[in-house]
Write a protein of this length. Sequence first.
Length: 290
Amino acid sequence: MQLLDGKKVSESLLAEIAVSVKELKEAGKKTPHLAAILVGNNPASEAYVGSKVKTCEQIGFASTLLRLEQDITEAALLEHIRNFNDNPDVDGILVQLPLPAHISESRVINTIDPAKDVDGFHPISLGRMVLGEPTFISATPNGIMMLLDYYKIETAGKNCVVIGRSNIVGTPMSILLSRNSNPGNCTVTLCHSRTQNLKEICLGADIIVAAIGRPNYVTADMVKEGAVVIDVGINRIDDPSRKSGSRLVGDVDFDQVAPKCSYITPVPGGVGKMTICALMNNTLLAVKGI
């Protein structure tokens, strides 16, 4: 079993992005500028946005963090997004999800200029991705593809099961893995909470991508020997043995599943690090032109 070390890989790829930023600056060209909007004070969202802003600093990006109150109206939030759309100094815009219940995530995503949609959530970005056209690819699926490529994991002709059908991870992941590309050329089965015989389906998989948002959902009896397992989940569970009283686990029962795998991502330190790396790469592409 080998760990797919997202921390190590992201550090390597971010170092390459930092070199590109330095070259842009030395050539008198624009410094990439990422604008983030955080609504409310959700601790997880605070941590995610903080990591993104810190990464911008490390690689030489400019960044703006706009903090808004939990009770901000949808109309006011959309106006802030339009202001960033109209600001020529801003190259990429991200609105940290989830949003308060009174705000439509769909309206927010649709308001972001597709040319600045570095999260890759806009319908135009998703449509171009499906067609295989140049676009911003959703950061988590893109980060997973980067990870597979870095470790030279053979995907062509492999059976892949993606568990979870969200527009942010599961659905784009299934499309990317099935495309005529490297990594890619998998035969993909997209599963979800209504899938019958999930265990049997997973046992036929050479690659499993777990993105269902349920702690320790994928168990050892669902994974065949030698499978590659990508764990997208980040779930906080109670753990009295920890000072904090809780710990992070993925959607995969790591301790039981790992011994059966050829490769597996840890949680934390796996896909999450690659997501930020892919976001930064999208912002660099926004400056250079896709």
